[in-house]
Design a binder for this molecule. Structure first.
Ligand SMILES: [Zn+2]
Length: 377
């Protein structure tokens, strides 16, 4: 049920500064000078090799003393306290997160525990985690646990597109999957309080609409540019849509069914499904969202066409779970309808039965699109 607490204030929140461009990491000293002098740099081993060394050099060249924290791979409570202890032992005075969504979410939790500011440097444009004042916390086995909310957004978000373009194009496509949900979910949740606890403002709906416009205009072109390592205007626009517009749009606009169904799917025990990225699972959730929104076939096809053109999954088979039983899908639907889930923001009646039927309907719509367009199922 939307707005059970009868909230009447409108609320919009965001980071203080967003910077994006080729080789932006080189200027990091300039942008972080007000933060302190001793950051903890959190990144995993792989990312450290790709960008961490350059970032450390840039920071040390500007007089910062860098403590390294090596991210273990899961944004879990255990990982937050393990790295938090390293930060404390080294008396760091701010946190720098370098990496993907889970690294960023872990770093935000550490910063909050220690009352420190955080700068986020995403190395992929695969999720809308960088700009928001929340983390998604998972159990050590990868199952969704809960959303953790903070009183403020990351102070600064800096995106080096020379780094982002080095990630496989699948990461950008996954970010498109996550960002494509933003406008649809916000529209569906327009009468419910957002993640900041206020009602959506006009600017958040404008951001959601602009985000979607960019994805339809440039999504495919950007993924193709990414494949050949080209930083083009289309690539820059989609990186911004995936990171800034989607981030602001979902946080101040609100989430609905697409993400709730994504969260429900994390409980299915299937290896292939677990190798899928956040935005890939959200893409299928978005097809479910469209079904619940009663989208006409022509409208569904527009979204399915974009998803298919950038290699996003639109069917259960694409997610590797074509043999999933109705019992398992019903379990996903029930989890999507857990008491704290974002599906309750929706402006329509929701029950696990309705969601179960939407999931099956989404799969059938995705398959039908492929059959009509001569695409292999
Ligand atoms: Zn998301």
């Amino acid at each position: 049920m939307p707005n059970p607490n009868k909230v009447t204030e409108r609320l919009f929140q965001s980071p203080s500064k967003y910077i994006q461009g080729p080789s932006a990491i080189r200027n990091v000293g300039k942008y972080l000078s007000a933060f302190g002098k001793s950051p903890l740099l959190l990144s995993d081993e792989l990312v450290y090799g790709i960008a961490g060394k350059d970032l450390t050099d840039a920071l040390e060249g500007s007089g910062f003393k860098v403590t390294r924290g090596i991210f273990g791979g899961e944004a879990s409570r255990e990982e937050v306290s393990r790295i938090g202890a390293i930060a404390k032992d080294n008396s760091v005075d701010f946190i720098v997160a370098l990496g993907g969504g889970k690294t960023i979410d872990t770093a935000k939790a550490i910063a909050d525990d220690l009352g420190l500011q955080i700068a986020v440097l995403p190395t992929t444009a695969s999720t809308d985690a960088p700009c928001s004042a929340l983390s998604v916390i998972y159990k050590p086995n990868g199952e969704f646990e809960h959303y953790r909310f903070y009183s403020s957004n990351p102070t600064t978000v800096l995106v080096d597109t020379s780094v982002v373009v080095k990630a496989p194009a699948r990461f950008l496509a996954s970010g498109i999957g996550d960002a494509l949900a933003t406008n649809l979910e916000a529209k569906s949740a327009r009468n419910s309080p957002n993640f900041g606890g206020g009602l959506p403002t006009e600017v958040s709906s404008a951001i959601g609409a602009k985000c979607e416009e960019i994805l339809f205009k440039y999504g495919r072109q950007a993924v193709e540019a990414n494949k050949v390592g080209a930083i083009t205007p289309a690539f820059e626009a989609v990186v911004e849509a995936n990171t800034l517009l989607s981030g602001l749009g979902f946080e101040s606009g609100g989430l609905a069914a697409a993400h709730a169904i994504h969260d429900g799917m994390t409980a299915i025990d299937n290896h292939t499904l677990h190798t899928k990225m956040h935005g890939e699972k959200v893409a299928f959730g978005t097809v479910c969202q469209l079904i619940l929104d009663s989208a006409p076939t022509e409208e569904m096809d527009r979204y399915l066409g974009l998803m298919v053109s950038v290699g996003l999954p639109t069917t259960l088979a694409d997610l590797g779970i074509h043999e999933v039983s109705d019992e398992e899908l019903f379990r996903v639907a029930k989890l999507a309808c857990a008491p704290n889930e974002t599906i309750w923001n929706m402006d329509r009646l929701i029950t696990p039965e309705i969601v179960f039927h939407a999931i099956k309907g989404a799969d059938s719509a995705g398959r039908d699109y492929k059959v009509r367009h001569g695409i292999k199922l």
